[in-house]
Design a protein around this ligand. Sequence first.
Ligand code: CUA
Length: 354
Amino acid sequence: MRRRLSALVGLVLGALVMAACSDSLPQSSFNSAGDVAQKEKDLLVPILVIAAVVFILVEGALVWFLFKYRHREGSDPTQVHGNSKLEIAWTIAPALILAIITVPTVSMIYELAKAPTGKSMTVYAVGHQWWWEFDYPDLNIKTANELYIPADTDVFVKLCAAGDTNSGTPVGAPCTDPAPAVGDAVVHSFWVPRLAGKQDVVPGRTNTMAIEASEPGIYPGQCAEFCGLSHAFMRFTVIAATSTDFQAWVTDQQAEALTPLAGSAADGGLEVFKTAGCIACHTIGGVSEGIGGPDLTHFATRDCFAGCMLPVTEENLSRWLHDPASVKPGSFMPNLNLTDEQVSSLSSYLESLK
Ligand code: CUA
């Protein structure tokens, strides 16, 4: 019986560890894909083991005592109240364990908080309700939902929160250093489990963190702090590219938006973009300078939109443009009551923005 039970426990634990490490779980901290995440995992695993041992010992003793000293007629167990040896032992043992865990944890907190030295890049990640803006101050690039980074390079991420409601606060205030306290901005949390632990994004201050991806790849991220109605849809992806691919991406992103052929469906869409109200919030390089919404200059180079909850397809664009709030509850992009024809040409225009 006992052997079967321990085999079962071993099996369950093994399955959990395998699942946590497998590629089928792209948002697992155990599946680390870079230096920062690896350092954190090297701290997490031993602490988890210590915690598991303590749990098994304490709970095991509890269950054992429960049976061994259960009430029987006429047999009262010997009382140990006031036993100095026991009291000292169970005070010192946990204190020692905590001390052992504290030293590497605190030093790691300070180590990870440092700005990277050497080959590195700085990006601002701005939490909006409910999507992420990525600002590359040194490259003069602004994008949304997809964070492009060069692989094998330390990326210093500066985190700030933007106000987004249409209640008159400065929407999409630039993420300056230190970040301004922006009206009704809310707390978000930036989390790419395979690249680093979470870091809160707090209105009025600029938190920082480093991430690094050792290999090119796609690493899904997620806002990890409840930030309102569509918090669960506030996703993003980090795309780590080879340095050649990253340079090509930078060159593409720095260019102004492509102008559609006169008379084409996309050209009609450009006209809708200019006249229906989109320009108030959306910037398109060479066309408009809006405040608050995602920069759409190279919209069609991205795989996802609307807080990365939807892949860029004609059908999804149509659903979104007809009524954003029905797709992403609480969306601050208003329903402009566009006709089917307007939606269709606007989709063509957006899909032409390579
Ligand atoms: Cu942003 Cu949750």
